[in-house]
Design a protein around this ligand. Structure first.
Ligand code: ZN
Length: 266
């Protein structure tokens, strides 16, 4: 699939007239239909005025190719994280509400769980068969102190999921780190769930999370993997049309041989 073309079909082309004359010439042609500018995402020439103009370094950052595909995957992952965070908040709310009610603590919990069920179904999570929920039910017969701890734990986990969601959705590097660490941290719990009752849905969840961690670390070069942050930025720069063209204008000048990470815009 051509992710760049797909992006342009959805959001429209991104044309830009850089102030640098040499660079401008590389992005601009005059056709019979009028002047045309090269789209920074899909690289086709689009007839009409450029959407923006100014110094090359102020050009919009356009995700294209692999970077665009990665962004789409990360945002899907972010949505899944948001959903999970909300589900956990619902559970925490359940625990907290019997804390205040004191009486029929169990009833409240049984009351809160059906409320969380549609969300759980959406994520293919069978609350009835979950040993974690079973544990929670057990804990409910215990002290107030334990309940507070359980609620605090659930809220903390929910917060982690929501922070992961925000970071991933905004395509922030810290979000990728939080997601990689946070997801790994809870893999043991998922394995624990599997030891009690195996369902293919749980297996799928585990596999998705495993793949997500490997994907994040490998593709985003986290923790210094495959050259780390510098290599990642260099890779992204090599995919930016404007930076490629800027490197090409340098290449035509003998005194400036092109280098791998040539970023004259920065
Ligand atoms: Zn385009």
């Amino acid at each position: 699939m051509d992710w760049s073309l797909r992006g342009c079909a959805r959001k429209g082309h991104v044309t830009y007239s850089p102030d640098e004359v040499e660079l401008q010439e590389r992005l601009h042609v005059t056709t019979q239909a009028g002047e045309a500018w090269r789209c920074l995402r899909c690289a086709t020439f689009v007839v009409g005025e450029p959407l923006g103009s100014g110094p090359a370094e102020d050009a919009p950052t356009v995700l294209r190719g692999k970077a665009l595909k990665d962004a789409t995957i990360l945002r899907l992952l972010a949505l899944e994280r948001f959903g999970r965070g909300l589900l956990l908040l619902a559970l925490a709310y359940g625990v907290l509400s019997f804390e205040s009610a004191r009486t029929s603590i169990k009833d409240t919990f049984e009351h809160a769980l059906p409320a969380a069920k549609p969300l759980a179904t959406l994520f293919n999570y069978d609350l009835d068969a979950s040993p974690t929920v079973e544990r929670l039910r057990h804990v409910l017969d215990s002290s107030q102190h334990t309940l507070t701890l359980v609620a605090a734990g659930l809220i903390g986990y929910a917060a982690l999921q929501l922070v992961e969601g925000v970071g991933l959705f905004l395509l922030k590097r810290w979000g990728e780190y939080v997601a990689a660490i946070g997801t790994s941290a809870f893999l043991p719990l998922e394995v624990y769930e599997l030891t009690h009752k195996v369902s293919w849905l749980k297996v799928v969840t585990l596999v998705i999370n495993l793949v997500a961690v490997v994907y994040l670390v490998h593709s985003k070069r986290l923790f210094g993997v495959r050259g780390g942050h510098r290599a990642f930025e260099a890779e992204r720069a090599s995919e930016s049309l404007l930076e490629v063209e800027a490197a090409a204008t340098l290449a035509t000048d003998d005194s400036h041989p092109p280098t791998a990470g040539a970023t004259p815009a920065s």
